[in-house]
Ligand binder design. Structure first.
Ligand SMILES: [Zn+2]
Length: 268
């Protein structure tokens, strides 16, 4: 499994809230075997309300995830780069865009990538009633499965906005929420090399990295569409990761590489 090896850069329990930081503080004074037991206990406590944040492993493996597509400009650029690099990734797509660009969704799947749900549209579930949340998740999963022609299991809430209620509704709908660690913050402009480099300081074994193949900002937000080539961001990021000895893969691939790392992730 590889779980329980030396910690990567950053806090392995990072962002886990009270339980995680307590466990982290205790684990700092324990032997490796005891640390493993503490981590197993932490994971056990968090699993009923824990979102997938990566895997616990000492192996240099990371997942690439792309949100907000399919996008007629960004998605082909990203697919081109991933194809050249021989990397498979996970695309958290918006159902309305998948239905509007079925050929792009088909291309993502035909090229071997994983498709997951990001929402019917990009609204915050935390601002909806419980009944609406249930409907949006059940209907979103059903509609994406119809256009993709396969089962969809992974879900990433728009803006990472999640409450205990929306988390439980996702699980009841048969979806497993996936959050993220390092991000290239690619809603902010820069050169492709600069954008890719933003993620690197936070990368660690088992991390899930956030990028975007589409562009979506909250209503009223005047942020201009970034000008860099999203394919070049992928080329630069994967090049840098491989330079540090990392193997790059989809979330589904990563989950096969170690014990699932769940974190209590709740934000408005
Ligand atoms: Zn998004």
């Amino acid at each position: 499994m590889g779980a329980g090896g030396p910690a990567g850069r950053g806090d392995r329990f990072g962002g886990c809230g009270v339980i995680g930081s307590l466990a982290s503080r205790v684990a700092g004074r324990l032997s490796p075997a005891s640390k493993r037991r503490v981590r197993r206990a932490t994971d056990g406590v968090l699993s009923p309300v824990g979102s997938v944040r990566g895997v616990r492993t000492s192996a240099r493996v990371v997942a690439l995830t792309y949100d907000d597509g399919p996008d007629p400009e960004g998605t082909p650029a990203v697919l081109e780069a991933l194809g050249e690099l021989g990397v498979l990734a996970t695309f958290f797509v918006l159902v309305e865009r998948a239905e509007g660009h079925p050929a792009l969704l088909r291309r993502i799947l035909d090229e071997g990538h994983e498709v997951a749900l990001h929402g019917i549209d990009h609204s915050r579930l935390t601002e909806r009633s419980a009944g609406e949340v249930r409907r949006l998740l059940v209907e979103g999963k059903r509609r994406l499965e119809a256009v993709a022609g396969r089962r969809v299991r992974l879900f990433r809430p728009a803006f990472g906005a999640q409450s205990v209620g929306t988390f439980l509704a996702a699980r009841r709908a048969g979806l497993d929420p996936v959050v993220w660690g390092p991000t290239v913050s690619d809603w902010v402009d820069g050169t492709a090399v600069e954008v890719a480099a933003r993620a690197l300081p936070a990368v660690h074994p088992g991390a899930v990295i956030l990028l975007h193949d589409g562009f979506e900002v909250p209503v009223g937000d005047e942020t201009p569409r970034p000008t860099f080539d999203r394919g070049d961001v992928t080329r630069s990021l994967v090049g840098a990761l491989r330079g540090e000895g990392y193997e790059v893969m989809s979330v589904g691939g990563l989950l096969g590489c170690g014990q699932v790392w769940r974190t209590a992730w709740f934000r408005p």
